[in-house]
Write a protein that binds this ligand. Structure first.
Ligand code: LLP
Length: 427
């Protein structure tokens, strides 16, 4: 976990650094990320899955060159889902064979760049894409390793927008009705593609292993069909990401070793039952690695007490640096971190500075009644899908990511400036 402590004056220190000093040096809002925690989580996943499996960090959760270097050093692979993420991975020196390219509508340019770079895996998502990747690989004289993404028909118990393996959505090829089997047939018939395995991602922020078990069983079922129909045993299975983290005290996440054991056991059992050699397993955690490693530091600007309702506490960021509350009804906690307070708790809603009333960071929170402008608040567990989904709404300047390590802090992504905004505005 993050090394967070109170200083003598009651302010919070992270990695040995007082949040007041961080706010002074880097400004607010800022994402403060604990590098040691990030690396420890990488190692926990790596060690839990061991030598016979691969961990692909899902870059969409948060990606920067520093993150790529940490992943490389800690022995993780990287899942990218766009040309931009691929460019970042390659710029930071990730060996291409450790990169997997995802996406339901990769452009021909993205595919060409990935094949040319020599990425270790392209995950195929549609019939058109099978033909497109085969064409690009053939033109470049390559034989590209690919997996096929299938939808296994699992209803993951999570928000509709982040559940992905039920059938009525845009990702993957359905097992039911034979689309996935047809995709296998086509890929096996193409010289420039090497089918290495089957991929399934069932959704995100999941706590219950049952969905993964069904997914693993159905994927092994397809491997069995493939063996029976084509006499080929595919050597890989990827079960995607989606493991939940604790945003609130009620959330009860599974540990990497529990996940590794559950997935390993089910895949082994199903393969043995089907008489298949156990394939190499891979997983793609994003949130579970980076989510808990960062918090967002805000400064309180105004307070508005609505008699009998609650107090609206406005901070200097909002939906532009954390869209998750507005988009998914996500729940967060918040704490006063620049000092301690013995004041009574007051029911509060932490809101941003954007021009709409849905601009909520933390819907319900108790903050001390003596909260005042200039106080610093921290919202924990914002490492995943906050900076990566940040926007310039209202021409907000996206906050920096400040990495803290051994009592030192540095920006790994700098704060945006007005010049950055105006540089794109060429009219
Ligand atoms: N693999 C694939 C193919 C994915 O589509 C995703 C996430 C992951 C792995 C990583 O999932 P994770 O372990 O981070 O849950 N913006 C949403 C989450 C969208 C996830 C999209 N795909 C949020 O803020 O909750």
């Amino acid at each position: 976990a993050q090394t967070v402590a109170r200083t003598g004056e009651g302010a919070v220190a992270v990695g040995g650094l007082d949040v007041r000093a961080l706010a002074e040096e880097f400004g607010t809002p800022a994402y403060v990320l604990d590098e040691a925690d990030f690396r420890a989580r990488c190692r926990a996943w790596r060690d839990a899955f061991g030598q016979d499996a691969d961990v692909f960090y899902a870059g969409k959760a948060f990606l920067s060159r520093a993150v790529v270097r940490w992943l490389h050093e800690e022995g993780l692979n990287l899942d990218v889902c766009s040309g931009g993420e691929l460019a970042t991975a390659l710029a930071a020196g990730m060996p291409p064979e450790r990169i997997a390219l995802h996406g339901n509508n990769k452009s021909t340019e993205e595919i060409a760049r990935a094949v040319e770079a020599g990425v270790g895996r392209i995950v195929l998502d549609s019939f058109q894409e099978i033909a497109r990747v085969a064409h690009v690989a053939r033109a470049l004289g390559r034989r590209q390793p690919v997996q096929i993404r299938v939808t296994v028909g699992v209803e993951a118990h999570t928000h509709e927008f982040i559940a992905t393996a039920h059938e009525d959505q845009k990702f993957g090829l359905a097992l039911a009705g034979g689309q996935a089997a047809e995709a296998v047939r086509r890929v096996l018939g193409l010289e420039s593609l090497e089918l290495t395995g089957i991929h399934s991602h069932i959704g995100s922020q999941i706590f219950d292993m049952a969905g993964f078990e069904v997914s693993a069983r159905r994927v092994v079922g397809l491997l069995t069909e493939v063996r029976d129909e084509h006499g080929v045993e595919l050597p890989e299975i990827d079960l995607g990401g989606g493991l939940g983290i604790a945003y609130t005290p009620e959330d009860d996440p599974r540990e990497p070793h529990e996940i590794a054991k559950a997935l390993g056991d089910i895949v082994t059992r199903e393969c043995e039952a089907a008489g298949l050699a156990v394939p190499r397993l891979s997983v793609e955690p994003g949130r579970a690695i980076v989510g808990p490693t960062a918090f967002t530091l805000y400064e309180v600007g105004t307070l508005k007490e609505l008699e009998g309702l609650r107090t609206y506490v406005s901070v200097d960021g909002g939906m532009s640096d954390n869209i998750r509350t507005a988009l998914y009804d996500a729940e967060y906690t918040v704490a006063l971190v620049s000092r301690s307070s013995e004041a009574e708790p007051m029911l509060s809603r932490v809101v941003g500075k954007h021009c709409e009333s849905g601009d909520i960071v933390v819907r319900d929170a108790f903050l001390p009644a003596d909260l005042a402008p200039g106080d610093l608040l921290a919202v924990p567990a914002t490492g995943a899908y906050c900076r990566s989904m940040a926007s310039n709404y209202n021409h907000a300047l996206r906050p920096p990511v400040v990495a803290v390590r051994d009592g030192q802090a540095r920006e790994i992504v700098r704060r945006e400036t007005e010049e950055d905004l105006l540089r794109l505005d060429v009219g």
